[in-house]
Design a protein around this ligand. Structure first.
Ligand SMILES: [Fe+2]
Ligand SMILES: [Fe+2]
Length: 179
Protein backbone atom coordinates (compact mmCIF):
# COMPACT_ATOMS: atom_id res chain seq x y z
CA UNK A 1 0.00 0.00 0.00
CA UNK A 2 1.19 3.48 -0.85
CA UNK A 3 0.66 6.56 1.27
CA UNK A 4 -2.12 7.81 -1.01
CA UNK A 5 -4.25 4.77 -0.34
CA UNK A 6 -3.59 4.92 3.42
CA UNK A 7 -4.69 8.56 3.54
CA UNK A 8 -7.69 7.93 1.30
CA UNK A 9 -8.93 5.14 3.58
CA UNK A 10 -8.95 7.52 6.54
CA UNK A 11 -10.69 10.21 4.51
CA UNK A 12 -13.49 7.79 3.64
CA UNK A 13 -13.87 6.92 7.33
CA UNK A 14 -13.96 10.52 8.60
CA UNK A 15 -16.41 11.57 5.90
CA UNK A 16 -18.71 8.65 6.74
CA UNK A 17 -18.66 9.52 10.47
CA UNK A 18 -19.53 13.14 9.73
CA UNK A 19 -22.31 12.03 7.43
CA UNK A 20 -23.71 9.89 10.25
CA UNK A 21 -23.55 12.84 12.61
CA UNK A 22 -25.42 15.30 10.42
CA UNK A 23 -28.06 12.65 9.75
CA UNK A 24 -28.71 11.96 13.45
CA UNK A 25 -32.34 12.12 14.45
CA UNK A 26 -33.28 15.25 16.32
CA UNK A 27 -34.45 13.21 19.29
CA UNK A 28 -31.19 11.23 19.56
CA UNK A 29 -29.87 11.45 23.12
CA UNK A 30 -26.85 13.63 23.86
CA UNK A 31 -24.72 10.67 24.90
CA UNK A 32 -24.92 9.01 21.50
CA UNK A 33 -24.09 12.32 19.85
CA UNK A 34 -21.09 12.99 22.11
CA UNK A 35 -19.81 9.45 21.50
CA UNK A 36 -19.99 9.99 17.76
CA UNK A 37 -18.19 13.33 18.04
CA UNK A 38 -15.47 11.61 20.11
CA UNK A 39 -15.14 9.01 17.35
CA UNK A 40 -14.68 11.78 14.81
CA UNK A 41 -12.03 13.36 16.99
CA UNK A 42 -10.22 10.00 17.37
CA UNK A 43 -10.25 9.52 13.62
CA UNK A 44 -9.36 13.06 12.65
CA UNK A 45 -6.58 14.13 15.04
CA UNK A 46 -4.22 11.14 14.69
CA UNK A 47 -4.78 11.23 10.94
CA UNK A 48 -3.91 14.91 10.67
CA UNK A 49 -0.84 14.74 12.91
CA UNK A 50 0.57 11.64 11.21
CA UNK A 51 -0.24 13.09 7.80
CA UNK A 52 1.66 16.29 8.63
CA UNK A 53 4.64 14.46 10.08
CA UNK A 54 5.04 11.88 7.35
CA UNK A 55 3.50 13.38 4.23
CA UNK A 56 3.40 17.18 4.49
CA UNK A 57 6.86 17.47 6.01
CA UNK A 58 8.34 15.44 3.16
CA UNK A 59 6.62 17.61 0.58
CA UNK A 60 7.30 21.02 2.09
CA UNK A 61 10.93 20.87 0.97
CA UNK A 62 9.73 20.76 -2.63
CA UNK A 63 9.54 24.35 -3.94
CA UNK A 64 6.39 23.94 -6.04
CA UNK A 65 4.56 22.23 -3.15
CA UNK A 66 5.19 24.97 -0.58
CA UNK A 67 1.96 26.92 -1.10
CA UNK A 68 -0.25 23.85 -1.18
CA UNK A 69 1.29 22.54 2.03
CA UNK A 70 1.04 25.90 3.82
CA UNK A 71 -2.60 26.14 2.85
CA UNK A 72 -3.29 22.59 4.04
CA UNK A 73 -1.70 23.26 7.44
CA UNK A 74 -3.97 26.26 7.79
CA UNK A 75 -6.97 24.08 7.02
CA UNK A 76 -5.93 21.56 9.67
CA UNK A 77 -5.88 24.38 12.21
CA UNK A 78 -9.29 25.58 11.09
CA UNK A 79 -10.74 22.06 11.20
CA UNK A 80 -9.51 21.62 14.76
CA UNK A 81 -11.07 24.90 15.83
CA UNK A 82 -14.35 23.77 14.27
CA UNK A 83 -14.01 20.40 15.99
CA UNK A 84 -13.64 22.08 19.38
CA UNK A 85 -16.73 24.19 18.77
CA UNK A 86 -18.56 21.00 17.83
CA UNK A 87 -17.37 19.21 20.98
CA UNK A 88 -18.76 22.02 23.15
CA UNK A 89 -22.00 22.35 21.16
CA UNK A 90 -22.51 18.59 21.23
CA UNK A 91 -22.44 18.53 25.02
CA UNK A 92 -24.72 21.46 25.66
CA UNK A 93 -27.30 20.45 23.09
CA UNK A 94 -27.18 23.74 21.19
CA UNK A 95 -26.05 24.52 17.68
CA UNK A 96 -24.36 21.18 17.23
CA UNK A 97 -25.88 20.51 13.80
CA UNK A 98 -24.63 23.83 12.47
CA UNK A 99 -21.18 23.10 13.91
CA UNK A 100 -21.22 19.57 12.48
CA UNK A 101 -22.19 20.84 9.04
CA UNK A 102 -19.44 23.48 9.18
CA UNK A 103 -16.80 20.88 10.01
CA UNK A 104 -18.15 18.46 7.40
CA UNK A 105 -18.01 21.09 4.64
CA UNK A 106 -14.54 22.29 5.65
CA UNK A 107 -13.16 18.75 5.69
CA UNK A 108 -14.72 17.74 2.41
CA UNK A 109 -13.11 20.76 0.79
CA UNK A 110 -9.77 19.99 2.44
CA UNK A 111 -9.86 16.32 1.42
CA UNK A 112 -10.73 17.21 -2.18
CA UNK A 113 -7.68 19.47 -2.37
CA UNK A 114 -5.48 16.90 -0.72
CA UNK A 115 -6.50 14.05 -3.01
CA UNK A 116 -6.43 16.35 -6.02
CA UNK A 117 -3.71 18.97 -6.17
CA UNK A 118 -1.52 17.60 -3.40
CA UNK A 119 -1.51 13.96 -4.44
CA UNK A 120 -0.74 15.02 -8.03
CA UNK A 121 2.33 16.93 -6.87
CA UNK A 122 3.39 14.10 -4.53
CA UNK A 123 3.11 11.46 -7.24
CA UNK A 124 5.52 13.49 -9.32
CA UNK A 125 8.00 13.76 -6.43
CA UNK A 126 7.97 10.44 -4.54
CA UNK A 127 9.01 7.15 -6.04
CA UNK A 128 6.67 4.18 -5.57
CA UNK A 129 9.06 2.76 -3.02
CA UNK A 130 9.07 6.00 -1.03
CA UNK A 131 5.29 6.13 -1.15
CA UNK A 132 5.14 2.60 0.30
CA UNK A 133 7.61 3.48 3.06
CA UNK A 134 5.54 6.52 3.95
CA UNK A 135 2.40 4.42 4.26
CA UNK A 136 4.21 2.17 6.71
CA UNK A 137 5.49 5.12 8.76
CA UNK A 138 2.03 6.69 8.74
CA UNK A 139 0.35 3.49 9.91
CA UNK A 140 2.87 3.05 12.72
CA UNK A 141 2.67 6.62 13.92
CA UNK A 142 -1.11 6.98 14.09
CA UNK A 143 -1.89 4.77 17.12
CA UNK A 144 0.89 6.46 19.08
CA UNK A 145 -0.61 9.87 18.44
CA UNK A 146 -4.01 8.57 19.45
CA UNK A 147 -2.61 7.75 22.88
CA UNK A 148 -1.34 11.28 23.43
CA UNK A 149 -3.31 14.08 25.02
CA UNK A 150 -5.02 16.80 23.00
CA UNK A 151 -2.55 19.37 24.37
CA UNK A 152 0.36 17.33 23.08
CA UNK A 153 -1.15 16.91 19.65
CA UNK A 154 -1.84 20.64 19.42
CA UNK A 155 1.79 21.38 20.26
CA UNK A 156 2.79 18.87 17.60
CA UNK A 157 0.65 20.68 15.01
CA UNK A 158 2.38 23.97 15.77
CA UNK A 159 5.80 22.29 15.68
CA UNK A 160 4.95 20.88 12.27
CA UNK A 161 4.16 24.39 11.05
CA UNK A 162 7.51 25.78 12.17
CA UNK A 163 10.42 26.07 9.72
CA UNK A 164 12.02 22.61 9.83
CA UNK A 165 15.31 23.78 11.31
CA UNK A 166 13.52 25.37 14.29
CA UNK A 167 10.87 22.72 14.73
CA UNK A 168 13.15 20.46 16.77
CA UNK A 169 13.86 23.14 19.33
CA UNK A 170 10.16 23.94 19.58
CA UNK A 171 9.24 20.29 20.11
CA UNK A 172 11.92 19.91 22.76
CA UNK A 173 10.72 22.97 24.63
CA UNK A 174 7.14 21.76 24.56
CA UNK A 175 7.99 18.29 25.70
CA UNK A 176 9.95 19.63 28.64
CA UNK A 177 7.35 22.18 29.66
CA UNK A 178 4.66 19.51 29.62
CA UNK A 179 6.32 17.42 32.32
FE1 LIG B 1 -5.88 13.88 5.02
FE1 LIG C 1 -5.19 16.84 5.78
Amino acid sequence: MKIYEALRKDHVEVKALLQRLVELDEDTDARTRVQLIDKIRDALIPHSRAEETVFYNSLREVPHAKDVIGHAYQEHLEAETLLRTLQVAGKVDAGWLKAATGLKNALEHHIDEEEGRMFAIAEGVFTDEEAVMMAQAFTKLKPEIKAESLMATTAELIANMMPPRFAKAFKKYNLESRI
